[in-house]
Design a protein around this ligand. Structure first.
Ligand SMILES: [Zn+2]
Ligand SMILES: [Zn+2]
Length: 255
C-alpha cells in the first residue's frame, strides 16, 4: 500500500490510501477541485478511488464530499448518526451506512472503523488493511483504549499532533476554545501524540505522519521535534516521521 496526506489541518483533511488495484479517501474536507489537483500532484487520478470514508461531520472533513463523490460516482461510507447529522451527498444512493468496527471489503483492501473521543455525534477513525495496517487517527481529545489498541499493531500511522500546550496557553484563542481543545473531546497535543506512540506502538511501526497541525498553536518543526524527542527513548522504535501540510500533499509514502 501507499499513502499520501493530501491535506490536513482545520482548513481541510483528506487522506489517500491505495494498493495496486484501488484506492480510498479518508475524509474529503477540501473542495472537489482541490482533491483532483492534489491527486494530480502525486500523479493519481480519481477513477481509482473506490470509497470515501467519513470520520465525522465537521466541515474540515466533509467539505468536498458531495461534489467529488457525484462527479466520479464514488460511494461514501459513514456511520448512521454522522450521515444523519450532516449533508454528505445529494445522490443518496452513493451513501452507505456503516457501524463502528465494521469492516468494508474493497477487494484486497479492507477498511475498518473504530470510535474515538471528539465533540461530534459519532466520531470514528479508520484502519486500512492490505497485508499491513494503516491507521488514520485525527480529531481526538485523548488516546482512548480503542486508539491505543490500534496504534499498538499499526505499520503506518497518520496521527494528530494538533498543538503545543504552551503555544495554546499563551496564544490568542479565547478561554472556552482553549479549554475545549485541551479537553477529552478536543484535539491531541504534540506531547500526547508522542507519548501515545512511545508507550504503545510496536517496533513494526515504520511510518508516522503527524497530522492536523494547528496554524496558530503549533509549528511543523515543534511537532516534529517534540515527537522525535519522545520516541527516540525507545531504541526498537525507528519510524520515518514527517509532518503533513495544509497546502500540498505529502509524497506517496510506501507502507
Ligand atoms: Zn478536524
Ligand atoms: Zn473535528
Amino acid at each position: 500500500m501507499k499513502v499520501s496526506v493530501l491535506a490536513s489541518g482545520s482548513s481541510g483533511n483528506c487522506f489517500y490510501v491505495e494498493n495496486e488495484e484501488s484506492a480510498v479517501l479518508i475524509d474529503a474536507g477540501i473542495s472537489a477541485k482541490q482533491i483532483v489537483e492534489r491527486l494530480g500532484m502525486i500523479k493519481k487520478n480519481p477513477e481509482k478511488i473506490k470509497g470515501i470514508f467519513i470520520t465525522h461531520e465537521h466541515s474540515d472533513h466533509i467539505k468536498g464530499v458531495d461534489v467529488f463523490a457525484r462527479n466520479f460516482n464514488i460511494p461514501v461510507f459513514a456511520t448512521k448518526k454522522t450521515a444523519k447529522k450532516c449533508f454528505l451527498c445529494s445522490n443518496q444512493e452513493l451513501v452507505h451506512l456503516i457501524k463502528n468496527n465494521e469492516v468494508v471489503d474493497l477487494g484486497e483492501m479492507k477498511v475498518e472503523s473504530f470510535s474515538k473521543s471528539h465533540t461530534a455525534i459519532d466520531p470514528v477513525s479508520y484502519n486500512v488493511f492490505n497485508g499491513k495496517k494503516v491507521s488514520i487517527i485525527t480529531d481526538l481529545g485523548y488516546s482512548c483504549r480503542n486508539v491505543l489498541e490500534n496504534v499498538s499493531d499499526s505499520d503506518f500511522l497518520c496521527l494528530e499532533s494538533n498543538h503545543d500546550i504552551r503555544m495554546l496557553d499563551d496564544g490568542p484563542y479565547p478561554f472556552y476554545l482553549k479549554k475545549w481543545i485541551k479537553s477529552d473531546k478536543g484535539h491531541l497535543s504534540n506531547m500526547q501524540a508522542g507519548l501515545c506512540v512511545l508507550e504503545h506502538a510496536s517496533s513494526k511501526l515504520k511510518n508516522v505522519v503527524l497530522s492536523h497541525i494547528s496554524k496558530t498553536n503549533n509549528t511543523p518543526l515543534l511537532a516534529l521535534t517534540t515527537f522525535s524527542g519522545l520516541v527516540k527513548e525507545r531504541s526498537d522504535l525507528t519510524p520515518r516521521i514527517c509532518v503533513s501540510n495544509r497546502e500540498i500533499p505529502t509524497s506517496l509514502l510506501k507502507v
